[in-house]
Design a protein around this ligand. Structure first.
Ligand code: SAH
Length: 242
């Protein structure tokens, strides 16, 4: 019987891919995914057939994988980071009732919030929340409401999708909203290309983050009231008194 593995491959480097993700890719007869992610795993499996589509082909990709699994193939649908965090696990499971023959297994991966946090230090050492600034599938009003609530709740905040070609100013707008509630010197971090060529890490204040340059391979961290910079690392204390 076929099976669809929905696999989070981590940020991009083979070392941050879990053994379970690797095992699922080993078993797969066919590897599918967004072209950029398929290219990340292709060197590990140069001989396996691949099916790659562009950024907006998400549902086509899911349906294709479900059809293949229902027809008896073992397929891996790859996502960067974790498959369930702004990934393909949810749409696959939403479409699953239409493909009763397809067995599905979700394989978790290291999401950018966690791989990026490790590079910065320990920005997520206490309660935190994750918000995507992409309004491709979510109304901007809801994104603004969540930003306000996160700031009011004094969570450390991790921002995904801070910018893309079509929306260069989302990070600036988000920082403007956070600055209504938070101090301008709140410790923040910017991590680019985690686990890939051009990896970079920067710690800066919230008022400087507003003017910082971010792209679609950037993950942003905004500290809570308690977050500090210690020896060049971003740290949100757990509350111990060292
Ligand atoms: N499923 C992915 C998230 C997909 S949304 C995960 O769990 O990580 C895409 C956003 O994730 C990007 O805009 C960026 O904010 C973040 N991201 C994913 N991979 C990244 C990487 N290697 N370096 C920095 N940010 C990354």
């Amino acid at each position: 019987m076929g099976k669809l593995y929905v696999v989070g491959i981590g940020p991009g480097d083979a070392q941050n891919m879990t053994a379970a993700a690797r095992a699922a890719l080993d078993k797969a007869e066919l590897i599918c995914g967004y072209t950029g992610y398929v290219e990340l795993v292709r060197p590990l499996y140069p001989d396996k057939p691949v099916f790659a589509t562009g950024m907006t082909g998400e549902l086509t990709r899911c349906r294709f994988c479900l059809e293949q699994a229902a027809a008896g193939k073992t397929v891996a649908l790859v996502c960067s980071g974790d498959a369930g965090v702004y990934g393909m696990a949810a749409p696959v499971l939403e479409l699953a009732p239409n493909y009763p023959g397809a067995k599905i297994e979700i394989v978790s991966g290291v999401t950018a919030a966690l791989s990026g946090a490790a590079l910065l230090g320990a920005p997520l050492g206490h309660d935190f929340c994750v918000i995507s600034l992409s309004d491709r599938l979510t109304d901007w009003e809801l994104i603004e409401r969540r930003l306000r609530c996160a700031a009011k709740g004094d969570f450390a905040i991790c921002l995904y999708n801070p910018a893309s070609h079509g929306r260069p100013d989302h990070l600036r707008r988000a920082c403007g909203i956070l600055l209504e509630e938070k101090r301008p010197d709140t410790v923040c971090g910017l991590v680019k290309n985690i686990g890939r060529a051009g990896e970079s890490v920067r710690i800066l204040r919230l008022d400087a983050l507003r003017d910082a340059e971010a792209d679609m391979f950037t993950t942003v961290f905004v500290g809570s009231e308690a977050t500090k910079e210690i020896l060049g690392r971003m740290v949100t204390p757990r509350g111990y008194r060292p």
